[in-house]
Design a protein around this ligand. Structure first.
Ligand code: MN
Length: 220
């Protein structure tokens, strides 16, 4: 009997640990977002930058059973308790996965419904929302991110420096990220060089509004 209990415990141990932090495949081919985001940038961004954050994050949490078992949103909520390597690399790991899943080849049309209505009510129109989002992206000094989030029932555009994100150090479930844009130079320099505005305009053509609306509807 004891041996079976031990085997069960081992299976549970390895089973749960194996599934917690996974480096997911890119949801489309490197060249799928052409001509807006080029294949070479996507390849380096995913296979070198994103992979690098993931590998360093896994190294930073190795042997820490709390960090190895908590979900990424749980880690984000408690980030001030953890070393800076967990913040920078855990942020880089989670942010990029969320960013890839905010885009789709050719973009998608925003579905009719609660989210579209909210964009119009809060920002006036989709055009005005995009203008405000772009200005926020241009306002980031150095490296960082632009986000559309839902907080206390309202939509908000916020920016974060480095690999920080709006989930860090706020109680879990109080902020719902809907859309992210990476404005680090590594995200656009090969194609757009110093022209961040042109990169943001191109990004607008590949936003997966169906995914963004789904995130909103999940937390309505
Ligand atoms: Mn990046």
């Amino acid at each position: 009997m004891r041996i079976f209990v031990s085997i069960f415990a081992l299976l549970l141990f390895f089973g749960t640990n194996a599934q917690t932090h996974v480096f997911k495949p890119l949801p489309y081919a490197y060249d799928a977002l052409e001509p807006y985001i080029d294949a070479k940038t996507m390849e380096i961004h995913y296979s070198k930058h994103h992979r690098g954050y993931y590998d360093k994050f896994m190294a930073a949490i190795k042997g820490n059973s709390t960090l190895e078992s908590l979900s990424m949103p749980e880690i984000m909520a408690r980030m001030s308790e953890f070393p800076v390597a967990v913040r920078n690399n855990g942020g880089g790991f989670w942010n990029h996965e969320f960013f890839w899943e905010s885009m789709t080849p050719g973009g998608s049309t925003i579905p009719e419904g609660a989210f579209k209505s909210r964009i119009n009510t809060q920002f006036g129109s989709m055009e005005k929302f995009l203008e405000e989002f772009k200005n926020a992206g241009l306002s980031v000094f150095g490296s960082g991110w632009v986000w559309l989030i839902q907080e206390k029932g309202a939509l908000k555009i916020v920016t974060t420096p480095n690999q920080d994100n709006p989930l860090m150090n706020v109680p879990e479930g109080t902020v719902n990220p809907l859309l992210a844009l990476d404005v680090w130079e590594h995200a656009y320099y090969l194609k757009h060089q110093n022209k961040r505005a042109a990169y943001i305009d191109d990004f607008f053509n590949v936003i997966d509004w169906i995914a963004v609306s789904r995130r909103f509807n999940e937390k309505l």
